[in-house]
Write a protein of this length. Structure first.
Ligand code: PLP
Length: 404
């Protein structure tokens, strides 16, 4: 089966809307992707027919809701090829998953330990490690990039020493689009006995993730960037680590027995899922995974790559355009500036023409500082974007550039 773009677009009701009197051209997929009717319909149906708290009741609705949540957990396990459902923890998103690991795994770090990050990290993979520095004298070692926006792997390797306690890096940069050679990076860390977290927020909607093949210790991602509902994320962790880590939050659901003398904790994965989870959205996330599987990740990737190449070429025809991120392995994200025009002005004017792009620092201020700029305009593509939309975007950008 080919890639039937009209059939795909037909599944996303939001693409029919207008902005002002203009057709919506949605190119902010890196921030969040749109959601197919199958997911939206499922959420409505769950609220109308199956809403009951999970893992608590003996009654039918509670059993059904629990089954649906655990069905998604099995789907996620299969989607990322995890060994078991115990290794799949539901969180509110990538951010919470990284905070969980930094806080809980970070418990074992000692003064003088070093953590390796990269300059292209999203704030979600910087600040949680900095919070640890309030209590421990740990050092962050930051891997630089070259002019194309690729990681300096020699520097990465040079950072490993006997104080290296952890490495945490993104699979794909949300600004540069760089696809990092994470498998090689993990192998190197493994040779030095250093555990690794991979921030998969930008990779999970575009690449096939196989945590066994990657051999990562932790892998994290968000449903809302994968055509799924908001408020749901996943922390994959190797069972051995998860078992040895203390709970992140305390409350209902994560305990075995509570008394004022002491509390024992539930087995995995529930030990890390305190309180009522976002069970409706977790259940509906399975429909987003269905969408990805049915559409075909490989086909989506190829389609997005074509849009990336096409749009990049057309963009570079516009005088003054500078693109940030020219890695040989690149995802369909284009960050750019046009001459001295402020990224915010470009974003505002493009919006008047119906084109939704992101502007600013993209939660990557250290990267902006490294690039010596306050921000960029960012256009990013998903399965439902078309070449015609790319043309409309380019034409709109030409109009905007001509105004200055
Ligand atoms: N990491 C990367 C690379 C991202 O692009 C994002 C969001 O844009 C995040 C982490 C944070 O994801 P969330 O806000 O869903 O927790």
């Amino acid at each position: 089966m080919g890639f039937d773009i009209e059939k795909i677009r037909g599944q996303f009701p939001i693409l029919q809307r207008t902005v002002g009197d203009k057709r919506l051209i949605y190119l902010d997929n890196t921030a969040t992707s749109q959601t197919p009717a199958s997911v939206v319909g499922n959420i409505t149906s769950l609220y109308e027919h199956t809403k009951a708290n999970v893992h608590r009741g003996v009654h039918t609705l509670s059993q059904e809701a629990t089954d649906l949540q655990e069905h998604t957990r099995r789907k996620v396990r299969d989607y990322i090829n995890a060994e078991s459902v115990e290794e799949v923890i539901f969180t509110r998103g990538t951010t919470e998953a990284i905070n969980l690991v930094a806080s809980s795994f970070g418990d074992r770090f000692r003064d003088g330990d070093e953590i390796i990050l990269t300059v292209m990290e999203h704030h979600a993979n910087i600040v949680p490690w900095q919070l640890l520095q309030r209590h421990k004298d740990i050092k962050l070692r930051v891997v630089d990039i070259n002019d194309k926006g690729e990681l300096d792997l020699e520097q990465y390797k040079g950072y490993f020493n006997d104080r290296t306690a952890f490495a945490s890096f993104t699979h794909i940069s949300n600004v540069l689009g760089t696809v990092n050679p994470v498998k090689d990076m993990i192998r190197f860390a493994r040779e030095h006995g250093v555990p690794v977290l991979v921030d998969g927020a930008q990779a999970s909607p575009h690449l096939r993730i196989d945590v066994k093949d990657l051999d990562c210790d932790f892998y994290v991602f968000s449903s809302h960037k994968m055509y799924g509902p908001t408020g749901v994320g996943v922390l994959y962790g190797k069972r051995g680590w998860l078992e040895s880590m203390p709970p992140y939050q305390g409350g209902g659901e994560m305990i075995k027995h509570v008394s004022f003398e002491g509390t024992t904790f539930a087995e995995l994965p529930f030990k890390f899922e305190a309180g009522t989870p976002d069970f409706i959205d977790i259940a509906a996330f399975s429909k987003a995974l269905d969408f990805l599987e049915e559409t075909g990740l490989d086909k989506i990737r190829r389609h997005e790559e074509e849009l990336l190449v096409y749009t990049t070429e057309r963009l570079l025809e516009i005088p003054g355009v500078k693109i940030y991120g020219e890695a040989s392995e690149k995802s369909a994200v284009i960050s750019f500036n046009v001459g001295e025009i402020h990224n915010y002005d470009i974003g505002l004017l493009l919006d008047k023409l119906g084109v939704a792009v992101r502007t600013g620092h993209h939660c990557a201020q250290p990267l902006m500082e490294r690039l010596g700029i306050p921000g960029t305009v960012r256009a990013s593509f998903a399965a439902y974007n078309t070449q015609e939309e790319a043309d409309i975007f380019i034409a709109a950008l030409k109009r905007v550039a001509a105004m200055f």
